[in-house]
Ligand binder design. Sequence first.
Ligand code: PLP
Length: 413
Amino acid sequence: MPRTYRDIRQSSKLLNVRYDVRGPILEEAQRLEAAGQRIMRLNIGNPAPFGFEAPNEILKDMIANLPDAQGYSDSKGITSARRAVSQYYETEGIMDIRSDDVYIGNGVSEMISMVLQALLDDGDEVLIPAPDYPLWTGATTLSGGHAVHYRTVEEEGWVPDLEHIESRVSERTKAIVIINPNNPTGAVYDQETLEGIFEIARRYGLVVLSDEIYEKILYEDAKHIHAASIADDVLVLTFSGLSKAYRVAGYRAGWVAVSGAKHRATDFLEGLTLLANMRMCSNVPAQHVIQTALGGYQSINDLILPGGRLLEQRNVATKLLRDIPGVTVQEPHGALYVFPKLDPELYPIKNDESFVIELLRQQQILVSHGGAFNYPDTDHFRLVTLPSVRQLTDGIGRIAEFLEDYRYRHATV
Ligand code: PLP
């Protein structure tokens, strides 16, 4: 039967899927740019546009391997890359990640989606921090699951609230997500916190999903502890990759490594392998640089140690934001962001998305609102610390001007 005209609609699976870090605010920024305005983009953790170049060896290796990277690889990744990942964890004291336990993907992003697709039945619940990196919530929803957010305590440096986590466990809870170092808060979790989370995972039979993409971006005396090092009687999936520490976000190279109670996960891992097979393999040229990246000199250290750009920029961003009346900042111990709080007495913000759009229109500064990270209150925004000190000083200066104007307009001065 011929069909009459009808709108082509998105699938209902997308009904509750949100990814606001690239949503309406970015669209408004693009509209303003098309109208000739210059927008300072402080919204995405993409190192390259801020002058962070990949180490030369990585570029050389990528080029040298191009002729041999034309065909599909094994769907879980080339042997040298998987072995390099396995050996990397071995040097970190985690002995039970074999090459076979490593799946290489097009960035951590792809592995997050694949793992959740393989793990979740409709209605299954996943415990996810608030604020979160929103792909975790979006991919959980798209996989038919429910994201159940747990509190992190800002005043204590954004540590997960263990009591709250436990209170949110239900019959349907299948996994708990840890983002450490955290995006957007910059929190780095200590041994006790991780042990507390594992205690809950053990008690309720949960899988631990640990996103450690910022593991090497640490400031001052912060120390990163791999979730996989905490216990071997819980199934742990560790996610990491080259996007941040090796500054090649565009190459799309990441992985998930399986450790701990693997013997209880044979069926799930078969499912994960099936999904890896269905997408053939990840970008093969990028797989060839994983071994090079993980071995030898770690140039990221030059950026985070005293005198290093990333450390200086974190310091400047924190200080300048703290100088603004009514703005408080928990100093980030890792990652590439600050997540300041705006005192609601001075800044009575009803809709934080409209608030950052107002900032964008008035000052041509693009940041992300707290709600984009599934944060329940309207009093936070996230800024990336990738721009140079000069750019940050200019950008935060404009934010300060906007906030001063906001206080006058709302008579809260
Ligand atoms: N996980 C976190 C916490 C992130 O912040 C990001 C990117 O910003 C990703 C994963 C995505 O990483 P990839 O480039 O490896 O897909």
